[in-house]
Design a protein. Sequence first.
Lengths: 226, 305
Amino acid sequence: MISIENLSKSFTGKNVLNQINLTFEPGKVYGIVGENGAGKTTLFRCIAGLEDFEGEIKSDSELLKNVTGFLTTEPYFFSKMTGAEYLQLLCNARNIQLTNLKDKNVFDLPLNQYAETYSTGMKKKLAITGILLQQNELFILDEPYNGVDINSNILITQIIKKLKSLGKIVVIASHIFSTLTESCDAIHLLKEGKIIMGGDHTQFDAIENIMIGTQVNAKIDQLGLV
Amino acid sequence: MKYYFSLQFRVLCRHIKANGINPYFAFSFLVIVFIFLSLSFFKQSAYAPYVYALLPLTFLSAAGGQRRNEFLQITFTKKNLRQVRMVENAIMVLPFIFILIFKLHFILSVALLVLALLISLVTFKARKASTIPTPFYQFPFEFPSGFRKSYLGIIISYALIIIGIYIGNFNLALVAMALQFLIVVSYYNLPENEFYVWIYSKSPKQFLISKMKIATLYSFCLVIPAMILMLLFFSSHWLIIGGIFLSGLLIVNTALLGKYALFPSEVNLTQIICLLFSILFPPLMIIILPILYFTSLKRLKPILK
């Protein structure tokens, strides 16, 4: 179990995250929604240990980062590094023996090509494959569906369900609410660095209505279109 | 076009300032280092001017990369684009031209300028299908990625060693072997994205030691054929060859530790200074290496915990 207590983060005096309290249980999938700049990525970076913060993150693991797979919004790849080498690097980093790569290439990626030449969706799929091969306990997926084709979208959803059945913790951020309702056990709405609402399936409609009401309709009204 | 260049200069200054270094100090320091290294290079062999004139051409091909050119193409008109590329290439080779003129190699300096201007008309397209094979695939990323970027330099260095052996010029072969270590040093000149450090389930100490092991092993593999050739044909100079080989391995590790000693800063003046002193006076590495090692441990601690 992972417990986030009173997590706050500020950059040059500006509060980006404010008193976040969340609990993630094994075998469950959590969604974090919010508009651009709400603090989703910063929250993920704090959980991953890439940012300092105030507050506390408690977990059953001795060192959470060593069992965390982090899919960043825009995965970065070195130039002149093939997809296969990227996967090898991620496995080496966690002392995992990489075998039967061909079978594990579920997204049918051209692994002998340079990763930098991949399309946006292919890069995402390569990064997802990497964190899956690392056999992590916690999966932080920042916008996993962005730029990915429909078949791969379905496959990603199925993979998330499989991870859940294996008792892993999956935390997903997405701008698109509908992508989360199918796979998430709970969704939390982040606005200006605060969790303003959260809940299970029974609350999903209410959360979506708040998102549409405060973050979409109000903005359209501001345009003053006639 | 004028704005583009002033913007490039401002961005460069911001990068340097972001690392707490005065840009004018950095520029002055680099000029002194460049002049010193260039003049030292000329002393090594009668063929040094030719190798020296070839060096900047490798930077030019990198500047002509496809993605960068695509950005320039959609930003500038065709005429302006050509001018921008020409001015950029001329600026990049200018320091080398000054040195060549100073050393009275007028024809080489003109040839370098003409080649630089011709290269500005060429766009190096990324070939999607072909992947350059590398013997270093088992432990990414520095060597597989660096090898693919520098394989031409490695081929040239081996060619120079063979030429050196053929004409019996020990200095030329030795410079070429040292060049191989400098190529490897270039694999460690920029810090990686923090994600690639974060992924390791290792302590800072374990991380650094594993990186140093890979750097030493792969550098050894890359340069050992050159050393064997040199020992076979210039056996009387075995002590110098062995000394350069060992110093080279230590310099590669200095570059590696220098990178992490200021991680994740990009402009690494510490690394440059340490490398310079290590090259000038290799015994200094006995002091420099432990300092860099312990500083690197400190810098990596927040990410690797």
